[in-house]
Design a binder for this molecule. Structure first.
Ligand SMILES: Nc1ncnc2c1ncn2[C@@H]1O[C@H](COP(=O)(O)OP(=O)(O)OP(=O)(O)O)[C@@H](O)[C@H]1O
Ligand SMILES: O=C(O)[C@@H](O)C(=O)CO
Length: 436
């Protein structure tokens, strides 16, 4: 049994999909599940989604250790710490402290990690992180509203967050094969190195790395290495995926809090389709309940039957406008107002019969999950690489699509919220219409 601790909600759905596509039947929890909650039978991997990415180090460590305790109680022997493929962390940086705490608790000698996730265009070479071939600090991530990333050097980023020695596993070593990586790890551990940032440019590299850490107590990174590890763990055993898992064509709505470049493109595509769109402006209305009431009032006034397609609620703005709002309200307050309002809107929509909710942005998705009281979900088919449909294991009969800010093609939101059928992208690239 593989246990994953993810530092945000869309990171958790991303890694859960990687495990599912590697053939592991995967259950996902939002927050640390209650002691008496027995996971549904038949699963081979458990993912716990925390909302710790923006948290102060002490809180992130406490929450991660709590998740670890729960996973261990559940019989998990190997733990994967999932952080963002763009190494998103605040100025205080909690990835290092969480790694230190998990490594101590699991008695892990040297931990292999990499944010490389080639399916999402993230690669690591010579310790530098690239986003679709651009150095991280030159990518749109430099404008992120809460975690602007202005350095591309992973060793430097990680060393700023931990006192423990960090070294690289260079791409030439990875390409030389599992034995070369193993030797590098053993030598490094003997020299006192605790963290090995491994270069990886493609799925083969990740498979090699996965095979090296198949029995390591702690491994860390983005969804890419988790997939490489899962493929090794799973081996040639029969695939547990439910290939035809169709998504129902239920009434849909889109909730967008992400200001990422890709989300802005996806919103432009919705605008071009003349979808009904409502902007949430925290400067005009800074009381979250009033902001949500206004939005739900707009929804209630829409023509019955939604002839223009699923409605869209958004606060997404380009970087200059975002900075202006943040100057006016403060970045934290603006985010808190919008997240609470978005959660209230999600709950109001479900009360009104919406059963297919598409949320854009990790923090935004966390707010939606929290407001709906969703504590666990089965991982369904992918709507795009890294973005699975999920079905809550209890509560109202709905399906959710929680999209990381930069994931999905330009038409992703339009397609996912289309009346029916919505396309299902199979792991091996085959696309077909889902039945309703
Ligand atoms: N107009 C706005 N003004 C200020 N803050 C905003 C505005 N719109 C959104 N935000 C805040 O910006 C943050 C965006 O983070 P979120 O995690 O939802 O998206 P993301 O960072 O693009 O996605 P991911 O974390 O999956 O990459 C949220 O806290 C959101 O509330
Ligand atoms: O790794 C990624 O980029 C995503 O899974 C993520 O963490 C989104 O917040």
């Amino acid at each position: 049994m593989l246990g994953v601790i993810a530092d945000d909600v869309t990171g958790a759905t991303d890694v859960a999909l990687a495990l599912r596509e590697s053939g592991l039947r995967t259950v996902l929890y939002f927050g640390v599940p209650a002691e008496d909650l027995e996971p549904p039978g038949g699963h081979e991997a458990v993912v716990i989604a925390l909302k710790s990415r923006m948290a102060a180090p002490a809180r992130a460590v406490a929450e991660s250790l709590d998740a670890l305790r729960r996973l261990r109680g559940h019989g998990v022997r190997q733990v994967y710490f999932k952080f963002c493929s763009t190494f998103d962390s605040t100025a205080d940086g909690n990835i290092g402290p969480v790694l230190d705490a998990l490594a101590d608790a699991l008695d892990a000698p040297a931990v292999l990690l990499t944010p490389s996730s080639p399916r999402h265009g993230r690669t690591q070479y010579e310790g530098q992180l690239f986003v679709h071939g651009q150095p991280l600090a030159e990518s749109p991530m430099r404008h992120h509203p809460v975690t602007p990333m202005t350095d591309s050097s992973l060793p430097r980023l990680l060393r700023a967050q931990t006192d423990r020695p960090v070294a690289l596993v260079r791409w030439e070593t990875v390409r030389a094969g599992a034995e070369a990586v193993r030797t590098t790890m053993v030598d490094a551990a003997a020299r006192g190195v605790r963290y090995l940032l491994a270069d990886a440019l493609d799925e083969d590299d990740l498979h090699t790395l996965g095979s090296v850490v198949a029995s390591a107590p702690l491994v860390a990174g983005a969804a890419g290495l988790a997939g490489g590890l899962a493929r090794t763990v799973r081996g040639e055993a029969p695939d547990a995926r439910d290939e035809d898992d169709p998504m129902p064509a239920w009434p849909a709505a889109v909730l967008c809090g992400s200001c990422s470049a890709r989300t802005l493109e996806q919103l432009a595509a919705l605008r071009a389709l003349d979808r009904p769109m409502h902007r949430l402006d925290p400067v005009a209305i800074s009381d979250p309940a009033a902001l949500a009431d206004e939005a739900l009032g707009w929804y209630d006034a829409l023509a019955p039957g939604m002839p223009r397609g699923a409605p869209v609620f958004h606060s997404s703005v380009p970087p200059e406008e975002l900075r202006a709002t943040q100057r006016e309200l403060g970045a934290e307050r603006a985010a808190a107002v919008l997240e609470e309002a978005t959660g209230r809107i999600a709950a109001g929509l479900v009360r009104r019969g919406v059963r297919r909710l598409i949320a854009a942005g990790g923090e935004t998705s966390g707010a939606v999950i929290g407001a709906l009281g969703v504590t666990g979900a089965w991982v369904g088919p992918a709507a795009a690489p890294g973005v699975p449909w999920i079905r809550p294991t209890s509560g109202p009969g709905i399906v959710l699509l929680l999209k990381s800010g930069n994931f999905g093609g330009p038409d992703f939101l339009a397609t996912a919220s289309a009346p029916a059928p919505s396309p299902v992208l199979h792991p091996h690239g085959r696309t077909e219409g889902a039945r309703s």
